[in-house]
Design a protein around this ligand. Structure first.
Ligand SMILES: Cc1ncc(COP(=O)(O)O)c(C=O)c1O
Length: 418
């Protein structure tokens, strides 16, 4: 059957089938530690109870018709309140666009900025920019990062690629690395975008920068999230911010995202989102609007949620560093944010008891799964070409009690190699 060129070439992420394969192994009785997914087990991390109660109330109150293409006023206000009180910004409800999760906003941002053949710059490893580039037929410029900058791109790496680019796509806190921009780096990157735009003539397309910030409320210890607008107010005419409650309130299934952008862009994104009907469900919007406007409830929820995530990430980090101290070829970046730990497991070239040499990162990945029952995701699945021995470890479905078992299984599986 003949379909569109897009349909013929569209790629799906390998992550979901891999996670499904792990669950099938588990269902078949195998011991599997599924540390792959960017989702939450609601029995470990429930959404705020007030959000559940308000959703039920909204259904009972008949909040079941179209919510309007821009989103419900109370949610737009709730988002503006959250951003203003937490980041010191000055948004009004009208500055906020609501959608069914943050993905449609990312897609809309790409779609209203990028023409086929336009240059889009983003770091790797990073989440899903390859897919959005495919959907917009963009010319891809990937910037390979490494552990020396916690896998965050620097202004020095980015700046040479900005000439002629249409979009720079950034994410902090970043998926898959769980790391954030340092303040000065962020400022330098924003300054470079502003300088590039100043250099362009009025009839050239501008260079926009999209900041995906869906994990910004989940930072740990001394790590701070810096909002780009506070570091470089001049970035405002060129910046799109994408956010939502999927991660920060453990509500991946609620499907509420929001974005802010210069009005001219936001209006176009709104038209696109209206045509695709990408509205968040109205009862959930009403409930989330109530919840976000209540600073005490939000803060209380985040405190306990962050605590749960941090204690798991810390336990994994300490365990990996203990293994490193014992002489195993592993390492990790100390937890900074999100639900991910960057873990280095450098087993390439080692030989199994059966005499098989682990000659590729895929072989290492398989060894971890088959010998230790550990499912983690290689950075190569997020576009990294040269860091096959780094993995994303997610604690989104992980019980604290499981952690010593995972570390023990990892140690045993490595001890068998030589
Ligand atoms: C960086 C990043 N942005 C956006 C999303 C999508 O979020 P949503 O569920 O709100 O569409 C994800 C989900 O994994 C993500 O990791």
């Amino acid at each position: 059957m003949k379909l569109s060129k897009l349909a013929n070439n569209i790629a799906i992420s390998p992550i979901l089938p891999f996670a499904a394969a792990l669950n099938a192994k588990k269902a078949a009785g195998e011991t599997v530690y599924n540390l792959t997914i960017g989702d939450f087990d609601p029995s470990i991390y429930p959404i705020p109870e007030q959000l559940t109660a308000q959703s039920i109330k909204a259904y009972e109150a008949g909040e079941t018709n179209y919510p309007g293409a821009v989103g419900m006023p109370m949610l737009r206000q709730g988002v503006a309140d959250l951003l203003n009180r937490t980041c010191g910004l000055n948004y009004g409800a009208d500055d906020v666009q609501i959608s069914c999760g943050s993905r449609p906003l990312i897609y809309a941002a790409y779609k209203v900025i990028v023409d086929a053949g336009d240059k889009v710059v983003y770091p790797v490893p990073s989440w899903n920019n390859d897919h959005y580039c495919q959907l917009t037929e963009a010319q891809v410029v990937e910037i390979e990062t490494d552990a020396s900058t916690d896998f965050m791109p620097t202004a020095e790496q980015i700046t040479p690629h900005l000439k002629g680019a249409t979009l720079l796509a950034l994410c902090s806190p970043q998926n898959p690395t769980g790391t954030v921009f340092a303040r000065e780096q962020l400022k330098q990157i924003c300054d470079a975008v502003v300088a590039e735009n100043k250099r362009r003539s009025p009839d050239e397309k501008a260079l926009y920068v999209m900041f995906d910030q869906v994990y910004w409320l989940l930072t740990f210890g001394s790590t701070q999230f810096y909002h780009p607008l506070k570091q470089c107010p001049a970035i405002e005419p060129y910046a799109i911010f994408v956010d939502g409650l999927s991660k920060s309130l453990a509500g991946t299934g609620i499907r509420i995202g929001w974005g802010t952008a210069p009005k001219v862009l936001l209006n176009k994104m709104q038209a696109l989102l209206a045509h695709t009907g990408s509205w968040a469900p109205r009862p959930e919007q009403v409930a989330a609007g109530h919840f976000l406007q209540n600073a005490t409830d939000v803060d209380q929820y985040l405190k306990q949620f962050r605590g749960q995530l941090e204690s798991r990430l810390d336990a994994f980090y300490k365990g990996i560093i203990d293994l490193k101290t014992k002489g195993f070829p592993v390492d990790a970046i100390a937890p900074q944010a999100a639900i991910y730990l960057s873990v280095n497991i450098d087993l390439k070239g080692k030989k199994t008891a059966e005499g098989i040499i682990l000659d590729s990162s895929d072989a290492v990945h398989e060894h971890l799964l088959n010998e230790a029952g550990i499912g983690v995701l290689p950075f190569s699945w997020f576009g990294a070409k040269s860091h096959g021995d780094w993995f994303r470890l997610s604690v989104g479905t992980c019980q604290q009690s499981e952690i010593p078992l995972v570390l023990h299984a990892l140690e045993q599986s490595m001890a068998k190699l030589h």
